[in-house]
Design a binder for this molecule. Sequence first.
Ligand code: XLS
Ligand code: NI
Ligand code: NI
Length: 436
Amino acid sequence: MVYFPEVEKIQYEGVGTKNPFAFRHYNPEEVVEGKTMKEHLRFAIAYWHTMTQDGSDPFGNPTNERPWFGATPLETAKNRVEAFFEILVKLDAPYFCFHDIDIAPEGDTLEEFYENLDIITDLIKAKMDETGIKLLWNTANMFSNPRFVNGAGSSNNADVFAYAAAQVKKGLDISKKLGGENYVFWGGREGYESLLNTDMKLEQDNIARLFKMAIAYGEKIGHKPQFLIEPKPKEPTKHQYDFDAATTLAFILKYGLEGDFKLNLEGNHATLAGHTFEHELTVARINDALGSIDANQGDVLLGWDTDEFPTNVFDTTLVMLEILENGGIAPGGVNFDSKVRRSSFAKEDLFLAHIAGMDTFARGLKGAAAIRKDNFLSDLKAKRYASFESGIGASIVAGNEDLESLTEYSLKNGANIKNESSHIELVKSQLNDYLV
Ligand code: XLS
Ligand code: NI
Ligand code: NI
C-alpha cells in the first residue's frame, strides 16, 4: 500500500522554487569540502516521532492524522514499517533510528515482545535490503513501561535491572541482525526524584555494570556498534545522572568505558542543561567523544524538551562547524529527534518538517564550509592565542616553566600587562555574513 500517493520523491530544486515538497538547500550529491552533502550529513529519521507520536499533550488528545492504523497492534506495527520506508525513500534519507517499543507491541510477556520484534525486524530487514537504507542506531525503551518507575539500570529493584538487561540483549541481537552502526543509551529515568531515599553510588555503579554487560555481549556475538550515551539534565526525572557532555564524560572515564562509548548529543538537551548545542559538541570533540547528534531545537521561552525541528540557521552553522572540525560524524549521523507541532497534524507535515530540518542543516553545512574556507574563526583564534606560540608562552606549553621561573619572569616583565580588545561584537556581525 502507498500511504503518501500525493507526495513524489523530494528533489533539490534550489532557492527559487515555490514547490514546498522540494529541497531548497539540501542537494544530496553537491560536493562540499570533498564529500557530498549526503555523506557529510548522514541524515536519519526517528521512528518514534514520525510513526508513533500522536500529537497528544498533557492537556489534549491526539491530533495527528495517520493512515496506518490496523485492526490489531501487530497489524498497525506492520503497516508502520511500510509507511516508514516510503517516507525514508521519498526524503532520500540514508538512515533511521528506533526504540524497541516503537516498532513492535510489547504484548503481555517478554516472550511475546521478542516474537513481535522478530516479526517486525524481519520486515524491516527486507525493506533495508530492498532500499539500501541503513540503521544508524537502535535503543531499548527502558523508561515508558510502569516497571521502570524507579529507573532501569539505576532501579532499586534487581528484577527491574534484570529485565532491562534482557531488553538490551535483544536490542543488540537486533542491532546485529540489521547491521546497526551505533547503539544508544539514553537514561530516561536513570536519575532520582529525591536524594533522601537514593543510593547514588550504587545506582551509578549499576548503570556502569549494565553498560559493561552490553560491551561483553556485543563481543560475544561478534557485533561491535559504537556505543553512545545521550546526555540530558532532567525530564522525566528531576535530576538525570547523564546531565550534560562533561558530566557524562566523567562517568565514561571513571568506569573505563572510553574505548567503547562516545556521546550522542541533542540540541534541546543542551539548552535544558544551560548550554548551547555547539558547546556540547565542542566538549565532546576535544575529548575525542563526538559520536552522533540528535538534531532538534528547543524554545527559549519554554523549559522542557519540545523537540522542534531545527530551523535556526545560526545554530546549525555552528554545529556543522564542530562536525567539520571533528573530521565528520561517521559512524554517527544527524538524527531528527524532532516532532511536528500538535497543530501540524496533517500527514504531509511529516515531509514538510523533515525538508525544513534537512534544508536548515544543509545551510549550516554550507555556511560552516565558507567560514573554514576563509579561515575566519581559525585565524581569529590563532591571533588571540598567539602569545603561546613564542617566547614565554611557548616555553609554558612546552613544559619548561615552573612557579619559580615564572615568578622571575614576572618580576622582570612587570605588572603593567597589556591585553587586547576582543571586538566580539564585530566578530558576531561578521559571522552573520556567513549564514546561508
Ligand atoms: C528523549 C530522548 C530520546 C532518545 C532516545 O528526550 O531524546 O528520544 O533520543 O531514547
Ligand atoms: Ni534524543
Ligand atoms: Ni530529547
